[in-house]
Design a protein around this ligand. Structure first.
Ligand SMILES: [Zn+2]
Ligand SMILES: [Zn+2]
Length: 342
């Protein structure tokens, strides 16, 4: 079978390898029908994942059908399923309290080093541990294009907007118009908020406008805040870029008692945060990674009810064999969401 793997820094290769086999009664093997590329897939390629093993198969956003199921897996062969991006144990304190993103035995598909190695789903076949928990049977009405978003980024966006406590009439600025930021903008808009997307890249702003959102450049932010709030500051800022300067901007543009909610990935342990301002303005700062295993059913319901349709974010599709080109255009920000179809 074919896999897409990170063969070295900035090297994506399609390789022929032995098909995965069940290792435990709770394992399943999934035959992948669609697998999206995520910004997090770029982290090991750019050397941001300590201890990453070259050769790890990439991909943590995939849907498919069950090809083989262990004795303790409650899905029949042939069932359509979406796989959660992370594997969680189901028994630790966090899992028992529906906080699977903090599971003590967490693993992320397509990663090694920071977590135990778990080969990902940009492949013809993928082994899924704890399949009884990690896989979720797809309702017939949810097509593959919508379902790939349930694996990771839509639950992340939902959590981030919920933790921001966005309410009808709120002024909301989303910093970063990548796929997660765009979903957050759409969700805040669906809540009746006044949403402005901010991104320094013109292509991403155009993409936001194509989806019906207002989008401005970073140099226009202060003018927008003046216009929306007579300079008071916005009710909510959502940081969706992972850039440290964007986090500082988010804290600077919210009003007193405002809320900053962060889905961007931050790794810097030494970056200063202006706690003086946070105290004086009584600000709240929250982070969200998303818990697809806990949230997928209600997130799917949001899609089925029409509250949010993530599918227009897919701008490109490639066969698995063209994965290197797919990664190139995704990394160059020439695409919004890219789907690989084995
Ligand atoms: Zn992802
Ligand atoms: Zn756990």
């Amino acid at each position: 079978m074919r896999v897409v793997r990170a063969a070295g820094p900035d090297i994506v290769e399609v390789a022929e390898v032995t098909s995965p086999a069940l290792k435990s009664p709770t394992d399943a093997v999934v035959s992948v029908t669609a697998s999206a590329i995520c910004g997090a897939d770029l982290l090991p390629l750019s050397g941001h994942v300590p201890g990453f093993e070259w050769g790890t198969v990439l991909g943590h956003e995939f849907v498919g059908t069950v090809a083989e199921a262990g004795a303790d897996v409650p899905f029949a062969v042939g069932s359509r399923v979406v796989c959660s991006s992370t594997v969680s144990c189901g028994t630790c304190w966090y899992c028992r309290h529906a906080m699977s993103s903090q599971c003590e035995q967490m693993a992320l598909f397509g990663f090694s080093g920071v977590y135990p190695r778990l080969d990902g789903g940009q492949a013809d076949l993928v082994r899924v541990p704890h399949a009884d928990r990690v896989l979720w049977p797809l309702p017939e009405a949810l097509d593959d294009d919508a379902a790939v978003f349930i694996a990771d980024i839509l639950p992340t966006a939902v959590r981030t907007v919920e933790r921001a406590e966005v309410a009808e009439g709120d002024s909301v600025v989303v910093l970063g118009a990548g796929p997660v930021g765009l979903l957050e903008g759409l969700l805040a808009d669906a809540s009746g908020a006044h949403v402005v997307m901010v991104d320094p890249e013109r292509r991403r702003r155009v993409e936001g406008e194509r989806l019906g959102l207002r989008a401005v450049g970073t140099d226009e932010v202060l003018g927008v805040i003046e216009e929306m709030t007579t300079g008071r500051g916005v009710d909510v800022a959502i940081e969706a870029s992972g850039h440290p300067d964007a986090l500082a901007s988010a804290l600077a543009i919210v009003r007193g008692r405002g809320m900053v909610s962060v889905s961007g990935a931050h790794f810097d342990p030494d970056r200063p945060v202006d706690v003086g301002r946070m105290f004086a303005k009584e600000l709240s700062l929250r982070f969200a990674m998303g818990s697809p295993t806990d949230d997928r059913a209600r997130v799917a319901e949001m899609v089925l009810s029409g509250r949010i349709d993530p599918r227009p974010l897919i701008t490109h599709r490639f066969p698995l064999d063209a994965a290197a080109e797919a990664y190139r255009i995704f990394r160059a920000h020439e695409a919004t969401k890219v789907v690989l179809q084995p």
